[in-house]
Design a protein around this ligand. Structure first.
Ligand code: DC
Length: 230
């Protein structure tokens, strides 16, 4: 028996392993994976490249560049990749420079409205697992299954550091940790859709869990929720 065509919302702080978990669940149960953070990163990169995001954010310039901006996901063998028009920007959006600017950009209501509209369109067909900060609270408050992922701060910083190193970057650990703390603060204190655990979300603390253990946890959750063996 398979899981019904539902929307699964996965939220949590930066670098909790939300996307790794969501990708694994998508693959295991045949869901479409959508990374909402990638959209915010894409808007931030576009703003940086087109002069709207620098030391400060030029809101008027950002507002002007959004309507024609063609950010979309391409689902390939390599996974889900973000494109700006014809250009794959998956690598560019994951740098520490973009990470350093994305939280203030994503705090802007005009940016959130633009991204939310697209997230709804991408998820139109259902059977989607989407990760982010406000998926279960704002984007899909009626998602049938909500998961809130947490992990200890030092574990999260180490994961992010390892990820950047594996991509060929050579960041300083202190910078990675500082960026993580700053983003957590901004993401959970902004006025529009701050990061919050939805009251009906199930908490997954994966500080000391392997991916296999996370999968076992998910199977148990599905069994409890839908009464089916996944
Ligand atoms: O998941 P991530 O670290 O790639 O997300 C990058 C930033 O985007 C994060 O610091 C806050 C923002 N974001 C958001 O505000 N709302 C979401 N649903 C997803 C991400």
């Amino acid at each position: 028996m398979k899981i019904p065509d539902i929307i699964i919302a996965v939220d949590g702080y930066s670098s909790t392993g939300k996307s790794t978990f969501a990708k694994m669940v998508a693959k295991e149960f045949g869901f479409l994976y959508l990374d909402s953070g990638a959209m915010y990163r894409g808007v931030t990169l576009a703003g940086m490249e087109r002069g709207a995001v620098g030391e400060t954010i030029d809101e008027a310039a950002l507002k002007a560049l959004l309507p024609p901006l063609d950010l979309h996901f391409v689902h390939s063998e390599e996974g889900t990749l973000l494109f700006d028009g014809q250009r794959c920007i998956e690598k560019e959006i994951r740098t520490l420079e973009v990470s350093g600017k994305v939280s203030p950009v994503s705090a802007l209501p005009l940016v959130r409205a633009w991204v939310d509209e697209r997230l709804h369109a991408f998820a139109e067909k259902g059977r989607v697992i989407m990760d982010g900060r406000d998926i279960g609270t704002t984007v899909f408050p009626r998602a049938e299954l909500k998961i809130f992922v947490t992990a200890a701060e030092d574990v999260r910083a180490q994961r992010r550091f390892d990820e950047l190193v594996s991509k060929g970057d050579s960041p300083r650990f202190e910078d990675v940790l500082a960026n993580l703390r700053e983003r957590d603060y901004i993401d959970s204190h902004r006025e529009t859709s701050p990061l919050r655990q939805a009251p009906d979300a199930f908490v997954l603390d994966n500080s000391d869990m392997t991916m296999h253990e996370e999968l076992v946890w998910m199977r148990g959750l599905i069994q409890g929720k839908f009464g089916i063996l996944a």
